[in-house]
Write a protein that binds this ligand. Structure first.
Ligand code: 5GP
Length: 210
C-alpha cells in the first residue's frame, strides 16, 4: 500500500467541554495522530510551554502571519487571536499523519470550507444536554434566566449540527474512546483509500448496482 496523505480532525465544543483533555489522550493512544500547535496572542498560563501547548506570539507577529496568508484559519476569542499555521499543518499531513485541531466553531467553519476531507467532531458537555432537557421538560420557561439559558443551549447545539459527529463527554474515558473510534473508522473510508484498493475485475458485481 502507498502511504496516504493524512486528514484533519477538528475538535470543538464549549469551554469546559473537556476537548483539550480528549485531544491529548487521543493523540497519545492513536498511532499516526498528531496535534497541531496553534499560534496565539494569549499570554501563557502557568505550566503551558511554548511550542507544545501554543506558539505564543505578539499581536504584531500574529497580524503579520494573517497578512502573509500563513494561517489556514484564525479567529478572535475573548480578546485574543488564535490560528493554525498552514505550513506546519501541510507538512504533518504530507508525512501521512492525521492531525487534530482544537479550535473554536468559527475556525471549524473555515476548515470545512478550505480543507478537503476534514472531519469535524463536536464535544458536548453533559451539563448542556441536561440543561436543555430540563428547560424543555418545564414547557414554559418564564423568567429571564431560563430564557437566556435556553438561548445559550440552542446556540451551542445549533453549532453542533454543522459537525460530522457529536460526542457527549459525560464519561471522559468513553468520550476518548468514541473520538478514537471515529478516527479509526474515518481511516477506513473507501474515498481515502481509493488509490490503494484493488480494482474490481471486469464483469464482477459492485455494491449498489443491480
Ligand atoms: P484557550 O485560551 O482556553 O486555550 O482557548 C480558547 C479557545 O480558542 C478554545 O475554544 C480553543 O479551542 C480555541 N482555539 C485554540 N487554538 C485555536 C486556533 O488555532 N484556531 C481557532 N479558531 N481557535 C482556537
Amino acid at each position: 500500500m502507498t502511504k496516504r496523505e493524512g486528514f484533519v480532525v477538528v475538535l470543538s465544543g464549549p469551554s469546559g467541554a473537556g476537548k483539550s483533555t480528549i485531544a491529548q489522550a487521543v493523540v497519545s493512544r492513536v498511532p499516526g495522530l498528531v496535534f497541531s500547535v496553534s499560534a496565539t496572542t494569549r499570554p501563557p498560563r502557568p505550566g503551558e510551554v511554548h511550542g507544545r501547548d501554543y506558539l505564543f506570539c505578539t499581536p504584531e507577529a500574529f497580524a503579520r502571519m494573517v497578512d502573509a496568508g500563513e494561517l489556514t484559519e484564525w479567529t478572535s476569542y475573548c480578546g485574543h487571536s488564535y490560528g493554525t499555521p498552514g505550513d506546519e499543518l501541510a507538512r504533518l499531513l504530507a508525512q501521512g499523519n492525521d492531525v487534530v485541531l482544537d479550535i473554536d466553531t468559527n475556525g471549524a467553519g473555515q476548515v470545512r470550507r478550505k480543507v478537503t476531507g476534514a472531519v469535524l467532531v463536536f464535544v458536548v458537555p453533559p451539563s448542556l444536554l441536561d440543561l436543555e432537557r430540563r428547560i424543555r421538560a418545564r414547557g414554559c420557561a418564564s423568567d429571564d434566566e431560563l430564557t437566556t439559558r435556553l438561548t445559550q443551549a440552542r446556540i451551542e447545539l445549533a453549532a453542533a449540527r454543522n459537525y460530522d459527529y457529536a460526542v457527549v463527554n459525560d464519561d471522559v474515558a468513553q468520550a476518548i474512546e468514541a473520538v478514537a473510534s471515529i478516527i479509526r473508522a474515518e481511516r477506513c473510508r473507501t474515498a481515502r483509500l481509493a488509490g490503494d484498493l484493488v480494482p474490481a475485475a471486469e464483469g464482477t458485481e459492485t455494491v449498489g448496482h443491480s
